[in-house]
Write a protein that binds this ligand. Structure first.
Ligand SMILES: Nc1ncnc2c1ncn2[C@@H]1O[C@H](COP(=O)(O)OP(=O)(O)OP(=O)(O)O)[C@@H](O)[C@H]1O
Length: 254
């Protein structure tokens, strides 16, 4: 499914936090959203997912204005992995992932074999099958993050929005989650702080600064020494990987 944003503006009080953002995500594409702290990545993701109403502009998913799509219908198509997702503490891992099936079930339908299979597959994808019966509250930060990704996968969406899905994960699981996101036949938009991971796993990258898009394109076009200096205030050398040609960023002490 495609996601297109037209001139989105949103803010708090009188301050614009997302200012005139237009972008398009092609079907099946993995789009990375990068930018310094406070540049508006989370706010933009929420607007794109239809969780927040813009002051002006609009978002179209597969050509339809998200504001006009019923919540439940939207939840069958779009999943959102939030940065600080809260979950009731007394439930098990399996219960959390089961919640992902809610948009697909009617009040009358029971829990089906297809629901169970979707939950089992999602748990396996994030390497949490063995912890399915563990109580949520007792999980580590990275395990919680993987369970939230599993809940989104159980939802069987066609578009996946992820806000910093790797910030608590060890390097193995960072790579596994992003590899999985890229390999799934889904359209996905993922906010990331790790620029090397963005370079490795995103088809295209959008750079936000103070709520506006200041660069967009394939990683090798966007992630330049000049951009890293101007936007992220770091000195870095950027070299193509001999293995896959994607940029590798080597940070310098400055
Ligand atoms: N509801 C709100 N009310 C007031 N200010 C807000 C609100 N939501 C976001 N902000 C502010 O807007 C700016 C952008 O926030 P946002 O969370 O979108 O940035 P971000 O790029 O995701 O940041 P980070 O990399 O730190 O997660 C921040 O300065 C934040 O404090």
């Amino acid at each position: 499914m495609t996601v297109v944003a037209h001139d989105l503006t949103w803010g708090a009080g009188r301050r614009a936090i997302v200012a005139g953002v237009s972008l398009a995500v092609a079907r099946g594409e993995t789009l990375g959203l990068i930018g310094p702290n406070g540049s508006g990545k989370s706010s933009l993701l929420r607007l794109l997912a239809g969780l927040r109403k813009p002051w002006s502009g609009r978002v179209e998913i597969e050509g339809r204005d998200v504001a006009a799509v019923a919540r439940r219908a939207l939840a069958r198509q779009v999943a959102f992995v939030q940065q600080h997702a809260a979950t009731e503490t007394s439930v098990t891992v399996r219960d959390v992932v089961r919640l992902g099936r809610t948009p697909h079930r009617s009040a009358l339908s029971g829990w089906s074999a297809a629901d169970e299979a979707a939950v089992a597959a999602a748990l396996a994808r994030v390497d949490m099958t063995e912890r399915a019966a563990q109580v949520w509250q007792t999980l580590s930060g990275g395990e919680r993050q993987r369970v939230h990704v599993a809940r989104a996968l159980a939802q069987a969406p066609r578009i996946l929005f992820l806000d910093e899905p790797t910030n608590h994960l060890d390097i193995h699981h960072q790579i596994e989650i992003l590899r999985m996101v890229r390999e799934l036949a889904l359209t996905s938009v993922v906010a990331l702080h790790d620029l090397n991971l963005a370079a490795m796993f995103c088809d295209r990258i959008v750079v936000l600064q103070a709520g506006s898009v200041i660069a967009a394109g394939p990683p090798e076009a966007v992630l330049t020494t000049d951009l890293l200096r101007a936007v992220f205030r770091v000195e870095a050398e950027v070299v193509p990987s001999p293995r896959h040609g994607r940029p590798r960023i080597l940070f310098e002490p400055g």
